[in-house]
Write a protein that binds this ligand. Structure first.
Ligand code: FO1
Length: 314
């Protein structure tokens, strides 16, 4: 079994490549729910939806989130009726949120609701949420504390960040199947997701980080940072708030207590030694994903590098 920890648009792109080269039954996904929000009375799980749509071949190529060829008629009417419209839910996307909200209102857990939706989309991989309990990423700025979507979408992450916290993490438990999949995995891959707000919430759920430290699986992470910048999104600014250097060394530091291998871009080959100093093997490849071929090549390179890391690790 391959287990993938993922969140955000970078993770979804990687998953689009992985699903082309590994049979779906051999992969389980542990997905961030710190970005979840209540919007127009609906429960929206953006990172889960990005993975569901990526695995169902429905992810919007243009946006990297939401549904391919979606329309926004409902959004337009809601705007006319005076509802907030900065978080854009498409008409096709709405079906997922309506179904999830209905399943939850009928007493389903978040894990069961999302697994049910995955099955109904014909997805054969296991899609696990990190926890059934509410863990909410909160972004502290000089003037206010924001939800992740207020920070990322409404403010377009153009505000100074003083800190990030995961509200509710202390009381949360790993969702059913999460620890078991980590302990039974042959390989574990941290997708090229934001280490603070996409992977961070998953690691903040008590028990998950410990399982990663104990599992016999080989664990690899793909850096979402190339050079001194994030491939996309606010990872650089958020890493600074954690005191991590904005480079592959910062990513290695973030995961050093459990990581075996860091997959970085060829542009960062000159920093390879700094990461190896931390006791983490390094594999350099092209990590920028523009085409489907790029996504598949990165997935293949990561699996091959993890294979050899597994050999040296045992
Ligand atoms: N990202 C945006 O930049 N603008 C949006 O209006 C927006 C809407 C949206 C709706 C559903 C969904 O699943 C994702 C959406 N995203 C949007 C992306 C989302 O904010 C990010 O993918 C993640 O939360 C980043 O980790």
């Amino acid at each position: 079994m391959i287990v993938v920890l993922t969140g955000g648009t970078g993770g979804a792109k990687f998953v689009q490549g992985l699903r082309q080269i590994v049979p779906p039954q051999q992969v389980a996904y542990i997905v961030n729910t710190g970005d979840d929000l209540r919007w127009w009375g609906l429960h929206v799980s953006p990172d889960v939806d990005s993975i569901l749509y990526a695995l169902a071949g429905r992810l919007s190529r243009e946006r990297g989130w939401g549904v391919e060829a979606d329309t926004f008629e409902c959004l337009e009417i809601m705007r006319q009726l005076g509802q907030p419209s900065w978080f854009q839910l498409g008409d096709r996307d709405l079906a997922t949120h309506l179904l999830r909200t209905q399943l939850l209102s009928e007493g389903s857990t978040l894990a069961k609701a999302n697994a049910d939706i995955a099955r109904r989309f014909g997805i054969e991989s296991q899609v696990l949420v990190m926890s059934n309990e509410r863990v909410e990423t909160r972004v502290q700025t000089p003037s206010a504390e924001l939800s992740f979507q207020e920070y990322f979408v409404r403010e377009r992450y153009a505000v100074e960040v003083r800190g990030v916290r995961f509200d509710g993490a202390e009381q949360a438990k790993p969702a059913p199947g999460v620890i078991e999949s980590i302990m039974a995995a042959e390989k574990i891959i941290l997708a090229p997701s934001n280490p603070v707000t996409s992977i961070g919430p998953i690691l903040a759920v008590p028990g998950i980080r410990q399982a990663l430290q104990q599992t016999p699986a080989a664990i690899a992470a793909i850096s979402p940072i190339i050079g001194e910048a994030a491939v996309s999104g606010p990872a650089a600014a958020l890493m600074k708030t954690q005191g991590w250097p904005v480079s592959i060394v910062g990513i290695a530091q973030a995961y050093r207590d459990f990581l075996d291998l860091l997959v970085c871009d060829i542009e960062d080959a000159d920093r390879q030694h700094d990461v190896e100093q931390l006791g983490i093997a390094v594999s350099c490849t092209r990590t920028l994903m523009r085409s489907d071929a790029d996504k598949q090549a990165l997935a293949r390179a990561t699996l091959e590098a993890t294979e050899s890391a597994a050999v040296t690790a045992t």
